[in-house]
Write a protein that binds this ligand. Structure first.
Ligand code: GAL
Length: 863
């Protein structure tokens, strides 16, 4: 395959006329002259058709879901208050070999852009083409590494030529479909490179030259919309430098005439096999967003808004899980994650209420107390918006602002779009929490059969070669497979002491990554793994050798190529040694420099056992699954019918070890049920967030469920194929559906001072609205039971609520009356609604957990 990789010489089409016109439009816009279909910027914000805008954006990476899911995701994003959808462009899926392009199916970028446009949203196209993104090789095609003389992401001619060629390919594709805003399309912003700042500093002049070249190259493409570079302090004009991080309020652009743009507001974090799940509390995310806005920021992109799935072998890392859920507002399956989604939606709405004041003025910051500040925006036309911040992570604060009192919970910001009324506080979550579960479905796996990789004849085939010494893995596989066999023989004399009851010899294998399985005379004798931070590892284990020839076969496994780090294209993978035996009569025997036979991939891969078309090319064994279950390197297959309904589906891999999954020939991704190691001792929303702060799932498989897109299924006879490296019990594999099983709400009554203040300031005539609890099940579901209800001082969190010392006895009755049998309901929090005040002078809450069930399964007593 590698030898076919030639550098393609596609001409760089420079459409000078278009370029000139678009450049002219850009200048007009820069001068503040409104041009239809123009995007420019000034120090306050992006300026679209002459209008400054506060924009909320969210990352949805098109290959991480299916085209059938795109519209739903984008409409949910719109409903969540987003104006913009951001995506990277993934070079390696679009150009699998030089000049052979693929824009089909999940890679149909044009279709994705058109859906965004149809939804009435804008797009931010981050072309990169380096994208990082926990994506294989950071988005670079592996063939790029083999372009003669290349050095990635630096002032290197071969690299610049390829980068420019691909960037032009994408820009021209977008232009040909009129997708830039300057052409009436959705794209208002584009990114070149990605977080190059640190690298640039390290490289000095060379780095600076490269950045200058990249900016010029991009701008000269004449898209008519601004370019940005994220985390790149010296982004040359007119490119805007932007911020990525958990917080960006300390960020200032490199020129006073550029707006503050936050390209990656991390909504959660990615997951590594063997690590825990990371969650970012929405109160902290909302606080970070409000902090950025109150400082004058005007564009925020959530990375990720929908994380999705690393199907196939697209996950980078190494060791990044197949799930890229990211604790995003839309979960991996595209379902709304509450309260994250709803709380951010309310945040967006409150900030939009302040938009005029925000775009027309700069904040005046006043100190209210030690850790409390007011940021006030007042425009000449009389708009006034205020943000009252409490940075104290431990204590609430009562502050005085404009002669009125306000209570600020710890680590929070209150938003006052009229400088009087609080419409939102980042720490007060009023929206419901939804509990999701993976539920069994009424479909069985039938006709399980297995096929073992034949270890006795791995090196018989034509696709093997023998050479002296140990080879780097990617140079051999070109990443066409995760697997590379390293096979050698050792001749053991019959006089060896260990053969007569002595201690067995030890095999030592040093690997540069990422995992290895050791087979001695066809038997699995051990495995070893690296980690994302430490790819190198050493296997050390006793092995069972016999007198005469012994075959040592090492299966080296790549688990996603690195996606970040200085010149990661030069990092090694595979067994570079030394490989040695210890404990023989001669002492140490270094095997590194003897003859090794190599074979790329598995026999099953050669025969495309994962594909429905070639599934019958081997004799599958109907052998009992019990016998099969501990067999390493085994292919398993079974058939199943598509479950009813439209809930998202997953395959439950509990009971299996490590390998890959295909359904009807589509790769679901790598699986690995390695147990999560971490510290899962609870998490407070307040205080600076970092991923280790809020971890979940310790002591359980990092990823047990693997997303099966509905659109990949036929009504009946879907073919499931598993390749298992270690051994597992396929009879435990099942299809499950993801459903909302219950919804919870926990809303506080208004503090009496706020209530009094409201009546004082607005008079009795002004209707005082008590807060409400809103509950909503998914479409097709309704509330079948009230599992918990307490108006008082309940304890615990959704799923584990308990009554506290104060509890209104009528709580259950009221909730059941209002909610049972309904898809949604709301209940006002007031003493009168619950009969009487259950504990006067105590601040109470209404806390509810309601069970959601498919409407057809409602018990008949509901009436
Ligand atoms: C950023 C990078 C993204 C992604 C993120 C972590 O630094 O720009 O592409 O890798 O980190 O999820």
């Amino acid at each position: 395959m590698g030898s076919n990789w030639v550098v393609c010489n596609c001409k760089l089409p420079v459409v000078l006329g278009v370029l000139w016109v678009l450049g002219f439009l850009w200048v007009l816009g820069f001068l503040g002259l409104a041009v239809q279909g123009s995007v420019t910027y000034d120090r306050k914000s992006l300026v679209i058709d002459g209008q400054r805008r506060i924009l909320f954006s969210g990352s949805i990476h098109y290959p991480r879901s299916t085209p059938e899911m795109w519209e739903d995701l984008i409409m949910k994003a719109k409903d969540g208050g987003l104006d913009v959808i951001e995506t990277y462009v993934f070079w390696n899926v679009h150009e699998p070999s030089p000049c052979n392009y693929n824009f089909e199916g999940r890679y149909d970028l044009v279709r994705f852009m058109k859906i965004i446009h149809k939804a009435g949203l804008y797009a931010h196209l981050r072309i990169g083409p380096y994208v990082c993104a926990e994506w294989n090789f950071g988005g670079f095609p592996v063939w790029l590494k083999y372009v003669p003389g290349i050095s990635f992401r630096t002032d290197n001619e071969p690299f610049k030529r390829e980068m420019q060629r691909f960037t032009e390919k994408i820009v021209n594709l977008m232009k040909s479909e009129n997708l830039f805003q300057s052409q009436g399309g959705p794209i208002i912003l584009s990114q070149i490179e990605n977080e190059y700042g640190a690298q640039s500093k390290l490289l000095g002049t060379v780095g600076h030259n490269y950045v200058t070249w990249a900016a010029k190259m991009a701008v000269e493409m004449g898209t008519g919309v601004p370019w940005i570079m994220c985390k790149e302090e010296d982004a040359p004009d007119p490119v805007i430098n932007t911020c990525n991080g958990f917080y960006c309020d300390a960020f200032t652009p490199n020129q006073p005439y550029k707006p503050s743009i936050w390209t990656e507001a991390w909504s959660g974090w990615f997951t590594e096999f063997g690590g825990p799940i990371h969650e970012r509390p929405v109160q902290d995310l909302a606080f970070a967003v409000a902090r950025f806005i109150q400082k004058g920021g005007s564009f925020i992109n959530y990375y990720m808004y929908h994380g999705g799935t690393n199907f196939g072998r697209t996950a980078g890392g190494p060791f990044i899980t197949t799930s890229y859920d990211y604790d995003a507002p839309l979960d991996e399956y595209g379902l709304i994650r509450q309260p994250k989604y709803g709380h951010l939606k309310e945040l967006h709405r409150s900030i939009k209420m302040c938009e005029r004041a925000l775009i027309l003025s700069d904040p005046i910051i006043t100190s209210l107390a030690n850790y409390q500040q007011a940021h006030v925006f007042t425009s000449e036309s009389g708009d006034c918006a205020a943000f009252l911040a409490n940075y104290d992570a431990k204590s609430a604060a009562r502050v005085m602002f404009n002669n009125m009192h306000y209570n600020l919970p710890p680590w929070s910001i209150s938003i006052l779009p009229d400088c009087r009324n609080v419409v939102f506080n980042t720490a007060k979550v009023g929206v419901q929490t939804s509990q999701m579960q993976m539920l069994p479905v009424n479909t069985d796996m039938v006709s399980w059969e297995s096929y073992n990789e034949d270890l006795t004849s791995i090196d018989d085939g034509s696709s093997t070669f023998t050479t002296t010494g140990l080879l780097e893995q990617i140079n051999v596989t070109k990443d066409a497979s995760d697997y590379l066999w390293y096979i050698t023989s050792v001749d053991i004399g019959s006089s060896e002491s260990f053969l007569r009851g002595g201690e067995l010899p030890t095999l030592i294998v040093q690997s540069t990554g990422h995992a290895v399985h050791i087979f001695v005379n066809g038997q699995l004798s051990g495995s070893a793994f690296g980690t994302r931070e430490n790819r190198r590892f050493t296997y050390r284990g006793k092995i069972n050798l016999q007198a005469g020839m012994n075959r040592i076969a090492l299966l080296s496994v790549a688990v996603g190529l690195p996606n970040v780090g200085g010149h990661f294209e030069t990092w090694n993978t595979g067994i570079l040694g030394p490989v040695a035996l210890r404990g023989l009569d001669v002492g140490k025997w270094d095997l590194s420099w003897q003859k090794w036979t190599y074979k790329v991939g598995l026999k099953g891969e050669d025969m495309s056992l994962n594909s429905p078309n070639s599934i019958s090319s081997v004799d599958w064994m109907q052998a009992s699954l019990i016998v099969q279950k501990q067999q390493p390197l085994t292919w398993h297959k079974a058939y199943f019918n598509a479950p009813d309904g439209d809930e998202p589906l997953a395959v439950d891999m509990d009971g299996m070890g490590k390998g890959q999954i295909w359904i009807n020939g589509q790769s679901i991704g790598r699986y690995w049920t390695a147990y999560a190691y971490g510290n899962c001792n609870g998490c407070s929303y307040s205080g600076t967030f970092r991923p280790p702060k809020c971890q979940l799932g310790c002591g359980q498989p990092t990823q047990r469920w693997y997303h099966v897109p509905r659109s990949w299924l036929k009504p009946t006879d879907n073919l499931l194929v598993i390749f298992e490296e270690l051994g597992g019990d396929p009879s435990r594999i099942s299809i499950v559906k993801r459903s909302v099983t219950s919804v919870c709400a926990d809303v506080s009554e208004y503090h009496p001072t706020l209530k009094n203040w409201h009546i004082e300031s607005y008079g009795k005539s002004e209707q005082f609205h008590n807060p409400k609890v809103h509950l909503k099940c998914s479409l097709g579901q309704s509330i079948s039971a009230i599992k918990f209800a307490s108006f008082g001082t309940p304890l615990g969190t959704c799923g584990t609520y308990q009554q506290g010392t104060c509890h209104a006895p009528s709580s259950y009755d009221i909730l059941e009356k209002k909610c049972l049998g309904r898809e949604r309901c709301s209940v006002t929090i007031s003493n009168t609604n619950f009969g009487a005040d259950p504990c006067p002078n105590v601040l109470k809450r209404l806390t509810v957990e309601a069970v959601c069930a498919p409407t057809s399964y409602q018990p008949s007593w509901r009436g």
